[in-house]
Write a protein that binds this ligand. Sequence first.
Ligand code: AMP
Length: 419
Amino acid sequence: MELYSTLSRTIEPLETLHPDRVYLFVCGPTVYDYSHLGHARTYVAFDVLTKYLRWTGKEVFYLQNITDVDDKIINRAAEEGISQPALARKFETEYFRDMLALGIDAVSYYARATTHIPEIIDQVGRLIARGVAYVTETGVYFNVDSFERNGELSGQDGTNRVSRVTDATKQNPLDFSLWKTGEYGEYTWDSPWGRGRPGWHIEDTAISEKYFGQQYDIHGGGLDLIFPHHEAEIAQMESLEGKHPMVRYWLHTGFLTVKGEKMSKSLGNFITIRDALKTWNKEVLRYFILLSHYRSPLQATDEGLANAAKGLGHIRAIAGKDKGPDEEGRKTFIDAMEADLNTPMALAAIQRLAANGDLGALKEYGAILGINFLQETSAPLSVLHEIREELRAKKQFEVADIIREKMVAAGITITDQPL
Ligand code: AMP
């Protein structure tokens, strides 16, 4: 398989550190609110990558952190008058619920920041001992000037960015926080540098070092995380013992956008996963997401989703009877997946496989993509069809049309016979 790495800015063959085993880390959510379709975009991409790699016979250890200590959590818990742990546990559970509702189930292990405080403190201590981090009265900071590869991933060292938070105790305004001293409510811990809590970047490297060691294969996340977050992770991990590269394949997903802007909580332009699931079922949402390559921006529109529903319905409608393997169609699908997870091309291959009646491939590849391309006629579905037929016969077209819209949105094909 070949993958595009942000670090080399090229498509490279995937060569893992251990044969037939892949260590994949993807930045998880900050659990202070419900997840939206932007999150779905990123996590569907890594779900499919993992399922594909497993299908090829590789063992994938897919690790995801849960950021449960953060300013946003502190603020939201205060607003809601509940404790930080109560808020974090609530939204962590809701996150798992949303992921499962979308069929995102490939993660091997979820690791909370707050259950890795000893590892975080240990890593910060080692960075201080190495002379690349220093202590002030406000906390512990990483000295960016100590790291010569600073800026290699993002192509920027941050000097063009004016930090909104300037701390007079920092040696360089670009130095980033490893430990913040102070009292932050429930999520405050004792440390050799005073009571406080971890900075944002250190949880990922403390967690990934614990489970993978200082070098592993793939690190993923959305485009917004390249700088400063992933840049900081590299500086931290590679400064520990100088092992380079921490990760060879840095995979970044493009944004899911609304009217050209990134879907995000702060812009207020988001649709939660659970709201989207009221109109579109999980398979339509996955099909919609996978119709675009994971690195391209993806515009979220009702029209795009409706087209995805129609497209999926079409595949299901033409699949028909099994006509045996279509070897060329299968090869096209696999070639597409091998080429930096080109899911739009893979879905074009699925169309061909459906047209040629290769139901075996549709079933097998559908499991990789998390989409059932073979529409099963379940009892509730045939009952719905019958109700619609009766309504149409009684000329109650309005209600029949509402049912039709909902069924089409769920990717169910409807071919009405003339009355
Ligand atoms: P957060 O909880 O905001 O830290 O986001 C969790 C993950 O979702 C990160 O990898 C983000 O980059 C990703 N993400 C957030 N918003 C979007 C979006 N609009 N499009 C694609 N990925 C996103």
